[in-house]
Design a binder for this molecule. Structure first.
Ligand code: 5GP
Length: 368
């Protein structure tokens, strides 16, 4: 019989963090944004728990470098060659850019080949233990767990993050081998999974469900997809997610893959009886399951598959440095509203409220 859960599952736009009396911090400068992560399989990492998505557009060297430089976490997408990855690693070392928070991505298509790829990178000159991100749109399939087991057997001291999943029932099984679970199916800005399959779980309820289970055994979670505003990162942390993963918010940056594209529009306002031509800048962003990505990386879309990703032109947003600064500023400010002296305490201090109306966007279309 079909099982229908009685409660309404919530997304970021359904909630707000209620400001309240707390630690009496006088300034956002006093907030500690760096957190120590003690992972289940023994490793310790430090940083602000924000990752770029391991997508071809934003899981690139230029974005990873900026994130690592500023004390955040980074993934590299799985389409780089081993030599390219090693060259990047050596370049970071030469430029004093720390690589402890960098995760290398593998897929699950052929577990042995994927793990061999990591072994080869190591043999090419990667000196430290590296962190691994095992990525599959659907981590429920048996091949995913097999790949995870192989990776853990080969790299017992690596931090391993894997996903994606969208329910609590699978968490304990995966955390026997993994350190961190990537949660979120169908929430991404260029994702068409919910439209094409009717499957997915809203992020707020999903984070609460998975964080509770993962933390009970010393595991971590990473909320992946659906970050629309910086406030959503704050909400994810307040809900007890250890990390967030971001695609769209980084995809319009200078450092994202692809050229800036200009489009010209006729203004609707008349000036001296004429319309102005307005030029706007955009960058291309596409889902890893889009037809475009399948053509580019998998030699075309297989006939048993349907595209579950979108291809879009999104507004150009400038440098990653500025975006990172905005993220840090937003999180620090959220901490002062909540009375949390550091990111780690956000979940301890948070009172989260369900709302019918989240943002006032009345003047949004007049933005200069
Ligand atoms: P965003 O930050 O843009 O909202 O979401 C990024 C996340 O969307 C990625 O980390 C990944 O989990 C997910 N994603 C990326 N490409 C696709 C796709 O083609 N289809 C689906 N369903 N999800 C995608």
């Amino acid at each position: 019989m079909t099982h229908m859960l009685p409660e309404t599952y919530l997304d970021y736009s359904d909630i707000l963090i209620k400001p309240k009396m707390g630690n009496n911090l006088n300034s956002r400068k006093d907030v500690t944004l760096t957190r120590e992560f003690k992972f289940k399989h023994g490793q310790i990492r430090k940083g602000l728990g924000v990752f770029n998505a391991n997508m071809a557009t934003v899981g690139n060297f230029a974005i990873a470098k900026q994130l690592l430089k500023h004390g955040l976490f980074a993934t590299l997408h799985k389409h780089y060659t081993n030599q390219e990855i090693i060259n990047f690693y050596k370049q970071c070392q030469a430029e004093n850019i720390p690589t402890e928070n960098l995760f290398l991505t593998i897929g699950i298509k052929d577990g042995t080949a994927e793990v061999n790829k990591l072994k080869e990178i190591k043999s090419l000159g990667w000196k430290d233990e590296f962190n691994i991100c095992i990525d599959a749109p659907n981590f429920y399939i048996p091949k995913a767990l097999e790949t995870l087991k192989m990776a853990r057997a080969e790299f017992p001291n690596s931090v391993i993050m894997c996903g994606n999943i969208a329910s609590g029932d699978i968490c304990l099984k995966l955390l026997e081998y993994a350190d961190c679970l990537k949660v979120g199916i169908g929430s991404g800005s260029v994702c068409r999974t919910r439209a094409q399959t009717g499957c997915g779980t809203p992020m707020v309820s999903l984070i609460l469900e998975c964080a509770d289970i993962a933390h009970s055994v010393g595991g971590h979670i990473c909320a992946d997809g659906g970050i629309v505003e910086i406030g959503d990162i704050c909400k994810a942390f307040a809900l007890n997610s250890d990390f967030v993963m971001i695609g769209g918010m980084f995809a319009g940056s200078d450092e994202a893959e692809g050229e800036v594209v200009e489009r010209h529009y006729q203004s609707s306002e008349l000036e001296n009886g004429t319309c102005r031509i307005i030029t706007k800048k955009f960058k291309e962003y596409y889902g890893m399951s889009s037809t475009y990505a399948n053509n580019k990386f998998a030699g075309g879309m297989s006939n048993y598959k349907t595209s579950e990703g979108r291809e879009v032109l999104i507004p150009y947003t400038g440098s990653m440095e500025k975006i990172i600064q905005d993220i840090r500023g937003g999180i620090a400010s959220a901490c002062t509203y909540m009375g949390a002296s550091c990111v780690k305490y956000m979940s301890k201090c948070a009172t989260v409220i369900k709302v019918n109306h989240q943002l006032n966007t009345i003047f949004e279309r007049y933005e200069k």
